[in-house]
Design a protein around this ligand. Structure first.
Ligand SMILES: [Zn+2]
Length: 156
């Protein structure tokens, strides 16, 4: 907390946003350190998307600032941990020989008794993991595979 106390509070006053009442929306793995926490300026790979519960502001930040803004000391860490696991598994996942192609051109595999399905939707790929349909589509098959892996890792 030393860094947070000294550096963040100083900068926090500058962005004009409320310092309490935030909620975690999601965490994104950008794959590199080109993003910055909007609150303390730290370079971050895992971008935490937060929304203000009453005023609707949206902001992005790193894990430490996120925890202090949302007072959620479980969710931020859990999401980052899941994303680290997904990243460490991704290379083997993408190139696994277990992917199959159906006659209709869908790509699928079965993991931990869960069926993973990637299906063509226009020029993009949609995903389904178990009974969960993905909320968006992806321009490449590899992106769809990684999104499916994330969904799989997020299952309880
Ligand atoms: Zn920060």
């Amino acid at each position: 907390m030393d860094f947070f106390e000294k550096e963040c509070v100083h900068r926090w006053k500058a962005n004009g946003l409320p310092r309490k009442g935030w909620e975690l929306v999601d965490v994104e793995d950008t794959g590199d350190l080109t993003s910055e926490c909007e609150w303390c300026g730290t370079s971050i790979r895992y971008v935490h998307h937060i929304v203000h519960k009453t005023q609707g502001h949206r902001s992005t930040c790193g894990c430490v600032c996120g925890e202090n803004l949302t007072q959620d000391y479980v969710g931020h860490r859990a999401k980052e941990k899941m994303l680290r696991k997904t990243a460490s598994m991704s290379k083997r996942w993408l190139t696994s020989p277990r992917w199959r192609q159906s006659e209709r051109g869908n790509i699928y595999r079965r993991d931990q008794a869960v069926q993973v399905l990637l299906y063509k939707k226009g020029a993009n790929w949609g995903i389904k993991v178990g009974e969960d349909w993905g909320t968006r589509t992806y321009p490449s098959l590899d992106q769809a595979k990684i999104a499916a892996l994330r969904l799989l890792n997020e299952r309880p």
